[in-house]
Design a protein around this ligand. Sequence first.
Ligand code: NAD
Length: 533
Amino acid sequence: PVSRYGDERQNSRGVNLANHSLLRGLAGDMQPFSRDRYGVEPLLATQTDTATAGGTTVDTNPSFPSEVVADVRDTSEEETNTAIAVARKFAGTWDTVGVDERAKALERAADLLEERLAEFMALCAREAGKTVKDTIAEVREAADFCRYYAARGREQFGTPQTLAGATGEHNELSLHGRGVFVCISPWNFPLAIFMGQVGAALVAGNAVLAKPAEQTPLIAYRAVQLLHQAGIPTKALQLLPGEGAGVGSWLTSDSRIDGVAFTGSTETARLINRSLAGRDAPLATLIAETGGQNVMLVDSSALPEQVVADAISSAFLSAGQRCSALRVLYLQEDVADKIENMLAGAMQELVVGDPRMLNTDIGPVIDPEALATLQAHAARMDKEGRLIARVPMNPDLQGYFFAPSAYAIDSIGQLQREVFGPVLHVIRYRARDLDKVLEAVNNTGYGLTLGVHSRIDKTQQAIASRARVGNCYINRTMTGAVVGVQPFGGERLSGTGPKAGGPHYLLRFATERTLTINTAAVGGNASLLGLGE
Ligand code: NAD
């Protein structure tokens, strides 16, 4: 229901995929956006001479590599420089505009996203290879972020908080933007994460420089145009498409930057951290949401049918390209044979194919590099592990498709890093070794999501209290966190927090100021006071 969250904010509108006439209409509305070829260029408040700036043409279509979706011109170093100067100059003005106006613009953006659902669905399928269901979830999450941060912004940045103190003194605490925020986002949620970071930074009163992932600049381009249309000034939000090693590092090594909101790999987060630390400037804020080594623990009391359904959904849907996705399934040895067999059977029913077809469960992976990494990992697992099952795949499929696979392995130590795709690793454990399993999981250093399947309350609580993870899910899937309901983000190698879509997120984009007034002050220049105007 749209009114699910009461008066605070509207819930994002869903789509009933069982309604055929609605689907036909939606398919028709998506058509124009499924054909056009787009141009993408930096969206800057002050245009420099674009003719001299370097440009590249990028094929940003992962699913159908023969068809170019967008011609992209990367931001030049000179443009980056100017954009930072413009943002720096405008940040103070944007902060004094007041949170209500900023929040209203975000709410308008949410409405516009819903009006243009078909367009963004089509672009998410074409540019990011998302399935129909995933494209709907993507647009909904983006709209939810906008409305949620608008609500939190009003609540936290609206009126200064009055603090208790001595009589004769007034004390208050207020929140303000930090200045210039750089938002660097990944390709796997090219609209939702992009708009979440940008919306939060903006509503908190910062001027924003947005650097989208190389693979998905078009979605970001349309999203920034939409935010401008919703009332965000061009000086408050500029888009700087380009390479991480180019515009990404120019931005994060610049001494005029006050903060960075980053979502992506743990390795890139480290680079950005060093880049910021190397500056001879005020220390910047870094919010980094990174990868995970996510496991699901299953004991013998679990319902096997539900375990299999939830494991498949958590590990393979979205082609395993979610940071929250399940990577390692721990099965208590007493039920392992049965669950493995059921898993192998269920995997035969999955459909890998064109993500725009409703019957497709799993689309392509993002690009040839991702495919090669997954193929190399599968080759290693073919030697080191035991193949439990592989999803059947039409060999004639054109694009970067990888058949989801499940392998039995001996220990989580065999996986050195996050494998970002549809590969599930299965490990058996003895009931009495549960503590050791938890220790091994904690020792990976990651701490993003954890799933538990057990019908025993004590076991659920024991695991939840010992696991050092950001999001723990019991007897359900491990993906699909909902804005404001399951604030999302990890700890340790998985991120700095605060959680996206949670009540503490905006605070990290803010600086605090107190004001203390001696209200009992007497005396002063009485003749001046008497002059009136
Ligand atoms: P990535 O780290 O390769 O890239 C992320 C962004 O960083 C891109 O915009 C890229 O251009 C930029 N970048 C790269 N090098 C840079 C540099 N030196 N300086 C500045 N910017 C630079 O990650 P990806 O492949 O786009 O995304 C997948 C990763 O993101 C996975 O590890 C996944 O787990 C993680 N992720 C985490 C979350 C979360 O909330 N924790 C959510 C989604 C994705």
